[in-house]
Design a protein around this ligand. Sequence first.
Ligand code: ADP
Ligand code: MG
Length: 391
Amino acid sequence: MMTDHQPYHILREKFRRDYRCEPGVIAYAPGRVEVLGNHTDYNEGLVLSAAIDVGTFFACGPRRDGTFRLTAADVDETVEFLAAAPEASRAHPWANYVKGVLAGLAARQPLAHGCDAMFLGDIPLGSGLSSSAALEICAGLALARLYGIAVDPLDMARIGQAAEHRFAGVKCGLMDQISSLFGRNGTLVETDFRSLAVRNVPLGRDVCLLICNTHARHALVDGEYNRRREACEFSARYFATVLPHPVRALRDVSRQEWEAYRGGLSALMARRAIHPIGENERVMQGARLLAHNDLAGFGRLMYESHESSRTCFENSCPELDLLVEAARPIPGVLGARLSGGGFGGSVVVLTQCHAAAAAGAALAEAYGRAFGKPCDARILTPSDGAHVVMG
Ligand code: ADP
Ligand code: MG
């Protein structure tokens, strides 16, 4: 039960104390981890991700006037604005995510009144576990319930994404919001970024995820990210001219077709293209392996994914490579790869739960030996997605 979660009780207590009433609605949304399928989302491909067991709670109640009062309990800051006219502000960047969601809801149905709201969570901010999407989604679910606005989960994901684009200025895809909404205990979330079909793939309860955050961020990350995207779009256009069927994105190109026609691309462009093509295949194969409970096979695909990042897409870095190599010989570890955009950030490790703590300690130590400071290692369990907890 989410109500066992400590932030839930702290939030309720603070809401009572500060606002002198009980919240009418409380909703919860978790962070997420990308487990397999790297840079496949904008190539209209497949991703396996997981909602995790850290998340954010959002509590709210109606006001008689038109004011929206919003408190970030983690940083103990409050802002007030007109519910009918939320505007992005640099003074309180955290408020922009909620204002953006509110604007998205108001576009579907005018808001009848103001609101007292407060949120609190236990996702480390800005470390790639998507605290921003968790905030958007818990706010979205709670406010939709409070204002009586019916929103289906995919639409809610789009409201969160639009808040991120228009109010926070971050051009994210939909993976973070979808993972937070569709997570289920003991499963991975498989998303098809062409059809937006989502399903849960059982992972079992004996394994968990270890996230090792290097805190490395190599220069020009945004520039490199955009260049990779352009390379994928460029090669998709090339394959569209040589293949006998329509190619809208690299999703439409098989490994065999890449082999047969790669000669028309430069060596660099061909290497870039095989990464999302291969990742897409690995996600499909990975889901099949999980259906047969072949966790070792799934782990091997994670190592292959990292190798493809390292040598073909070149979105890895020495910090990430070291962690993946250090993970291989650790007992109970099944697989490891970089997670997210790359060029720094985190490695996700699939490990037997009983071995996770020792594996985390070993990885932090190996990292410390190589780079002079330990990396963060956090054990995370694939968990239930966002939902209204109360009200
Ligand atoms: P990530 O999503 O990986 O955690 P982002 O930079 O996208 O990193 O989002 C982090 C930002 O989201 C924070 O800087 C803050 O503005 C906002 N945020 C998310 N959750 C909270 C929270 N519980 N309290 C205050 N701000 C939050
Ligand atoms: Mg984010």
